[in-house]
Design a protein around this ligand. Structure first.
Ligand code: ADP
Ligand code: MG
Length: 449
């Protein structure tokens, strides 16, 4: 039976009320699949694409457990949630506080970038749920300031990212410190790769594996295309033009390196566009301020590196721009997942220089979808479209040679079926599909400019 309403999940009235306050009418696919086994107390190994509601998928069963088994006197945290970044920790805590509005549950965060003493209250007051990044938490554990013994549930959010960021050992250490826990849940955008599988095996016990393909309703409606650019000045001009278009209401612009964040902020300022930015080295207060300026609508453009932006849920992002293409195709998916959240439409636009075409080809193969190029008339690139070879695709010549070879082989095996239409076409071979792409920009030309 598939769950289609939150009330079917037998959640406490206080949680159902909070869901209603938030306007969540139906559970998403991952929520519908993960919540029932989690409520039974099973370990969970969960994967679902970005933006499909994984946070509530673990917060709701966690809170239900705390409500079902209320503590008799105040004490240290019973639930520990680990996230890869400070921003994500704060967002998860925020989400938890909203879901807990009609309850008496206490929620706190422990992250770096906060004055050390500000955590004093976390240690002295009652805490039910603590959301933490690993570094600072471990420091407190080592100094015996943080008591892990009451932890009943451990949750790893964005586990794939935590591994990428090199936190595996930290997490295993924390796992050891919380060895009296009864339940562990691991959530990730993907479960691809041996590293994450091994990791899950060490941390989880007979987990319920839930991997939700989002329903059509939730599936991302992200329109994606790219503009070819001659160089970085050209990319900047394209970006300035695009940011000025009326449907571009709230954007995240991704760049590859921290230095580029500051450069680009300057270039856009010169063009009269105010931005805020996020990069890994910023102090916490500055990061919060940047996110707040964007969500308050004081600025409409956030420039960010991947490390800084991971997992952040900024509502109503109309456009994601890849000012620099990411090196990894999975990063591309994560970036564009910042727009079109929870079933809304979004747009992802990449700016592509000649040397990026190999990466672009990789991305297209990864997302199994060709990306179309568009042109802004007054900002036409002067360089020509690179050949397929640059995209890592076999050239026409190579393809033809492969086909010949295959035919030869088939013949010698005597398996080839002689069809009348094949014999008829000898000598005027049909054009391979690639040849039709010689002027892909003609049909994609932007009407507005
Ligand atoms: P993920 O962790 O999978 O990337 P989040 O938990 O951050 O996704 O949720 C993405 C967005 O969807 C958030 O804005 C969240 O408030 C919203 N959301 C989550 N669950 C639901 C639901 N059942 N109905 C509507 N919106 C939801
Ligand atoms: Mg998440």
């Amino acid at each position: 039976m598939t769950v289609t309403t939150f009330s079917e999940l037998e959640l406490d009235e206080s949680l159902l009320d909070a869901l209603q306050d938030k306007g969540f009418t139906r559970p998403t696919a991952i929520q519908a699949e993960a919540i029932p086994p989690a409520l039974e107390g099973r370990d969970i190994l969960g994967s679902a694409p970005t933006g499909t509601g994984k946070t509530a998928a673990y917060l709701l069963p966690v809170m239900q457990h705390l409500l079902d088994f209320p503590r008799k006197k105040s004490g240290p945290p019973r639930v520990l949630i680990l996230t890869p970044t400070r921003e994500l920790a704060m967002q998860v805590a925020e989400h938890a506080k909203e879901l807990a509005t009609h309850t008496k549950l206490d929620i706190a965060t422990i992250t770096g970038g906060v004055a050390y003493m500000n955590h004093a209250e976390v240690f002295s007051e009652n805490q039910d749920i603590v959301v933490a990044t690993t570094g600072r938490l471990l420091q407190y554990i080592k100094e015996e300031n943080f008591d892990c013994r009451a932890v009943e549930m451990l949750i790893l959010d964005e586990a794939d990212r935590m591994l990428d960021m090199g936190f595996a050992q930290d997490i295993e250490h924390i796992s050891g410190e919380t060895r009296w826990r009864k339940q562990t849940m691991l959530f990730s955008a993907t479960l691809e790769g041996q590293a994450i599988k091994d990791f899950a095996e060490r941390l989880l016990e007979d987990p319920a594996e839930v991997s939700a393909t989002p329903s059509v309703r939730e599936r991302k409606k992200i329109h994606q295309w790219y503009y070819r650019a001659d160089n970085v000045e050209h990319k900047t001009a394209l970006l300035v033009n695009l940011l000025g278009q009326p449907d571009v209401t709230r954007s995240i612009v991704f760049v590859r390196k921290r230095e580029r964040v500051h450069e680009l902020a300057g270039w856009l300022r010169d063009a009269g566009i105010q931005t805020c930015y996020l990069e890994g080295e910023m102090v916490q207060a500055k990061r919060n301020e940047a996110i707040k300026r964007l969500t308050d609508g004081r600025v409409n453009v956030l420039i960010a590196t991947d490390v800084a932006a991971r997992g952040i849920d900024i509502p109503d992002v109309s456009h994601v721009f890849n000012f620099d293409l990411p090196r990894g195709s999975d990063t591309y998916l994560h970036r564009i997942g910042r727009t079109g959240r929870a079933g809304r439409k979004g747009t992802a636009i990449s700016l592509v220089e000649a040397h990026d075409h190999l990466l672009l080809g990789k991305i297209e193969r990864y997302i199994q979808e060709p990306l179309k190029s568009r042109v802004i008339e007054e900002l036409r690139p002067t360089t020509r479209t690179p050949s397929d070879k640059l995209k890592g695709k076999p050239s026409k010549k190579v393809k033809a040679r492969r086909e010949e070879k295959k035919k030869e082989q088939d013949k010698t095996k005597g398996r080839v079926k002689q069809r009348h239409r094949d014999t008829k076409n000898v000598g005027k071979r049909r054009q391979p599909a690639a040849a039709k792409q010689t002027s892909p920009e003609a049909e994609g030309t932007d009407k507005q400019s």
